[in-house]
Design a protein around this ligand. Structure first.
Ligand code: MD3
Ligand code: FE
Length: 204
């Protein structure tokens, strides 16, 4: 069953489950061209999750700041194309949550190994904050932290499991959010890791 998180945020439980093996193969193909790496925050700290991108634009961070780049800074070449399956899942999930015509031009791949997490933050590097964000969870389970519009607002914890898809937009688009370290375990596809595909419209 689907769950409403906020007025404009919805968890589609198991939405990606039937395509998990195909998604996993597509992820491996992207990683072969644009390897996972730990990026540096503008403050000089290493992110604990490993990341890479596919699609026209990739989210990057280094000492110059957060931004979207059309080339992988590691290789100097364009990010791998977004696999058709990725686009299809992102679009159908957005549609099911009430967002017609979502055209993602960026897919950030986050990989959380044991102990990796993502601190509370807002996603505000995108040009069109009217477009939703779609997130696909694969592998180990993790608690997702769902806050308010101010950093100090209380957070709700939502368990995200393999195959869950979340769609965020509208009123909930600028909420603070974060991810706790994955629950220890061994997943049949992803081993001791949690993968998250985050689909965004980076540029208007
Ligand atoms: C809630 N990644 O990469 S996106 C990120 O599980 C990030 O790796 C999460 O947050 C992860 O920036 C999943 C979930 C998400 C994205 C945008 C939001 C949640 C949001 C905007 C508003 C509220
Ligand atoms: Fe985020």
């Amino acid at each position: 069953a689907n769950e409403t998180l906020g007025t404009d945020a919805m968890v589609l439980r198991g939405f990606a489950l039937a395509q998990d093996a195909a998604l996993w193969r597509a992820i491996q193909a992207v990683l072969a061209q644009a390897p996972l790496r730990r990026m540096k925050t503008p403050g000089g700290r290493l992110m604990s999750a490993e990341q890479t991108n596919c699609g026209q634009w990739g989210w990057v961070t280094d000492k110059a700041g957060y931004r979207y780049a059309d080339r992988d800074p590691l290789t100097g070449v364009a990010w791998p194309a977004m696999p058709l399956l990725f686009r299809q899942i992102a679009q159908t999930a957005a549609e099911q949550a009430g967002y017609a015509r979502f055209e993602p031009d960026a897919c950030l791949i986050n990989c959380y190994g044991p102990g990796a997490r993502m601190a509370l933050h807002q996603d505000k590097d995108e040009a069109d904050l009217g477009a939703p964000i779609v997130s696909v969870s694969l592998g180990l389970t993790a608690h997702f932290l769902f806050g308010g519009l101010h950093r100090t607002d209380s957070v709700r914890k939502v368990l995200l499991v393999h195959g869950d898809v979340v769609v965020w937009g509208g009123q909930d688009r600028l909420r603070f959010h974060g991810v706790a370290t994955p629950v220890k375990g061994e997943h049949r596809l992803c081993g001791n890791q949690r993968f998250n595909l985050t689909f965004r419209r980076a540029k208007a």
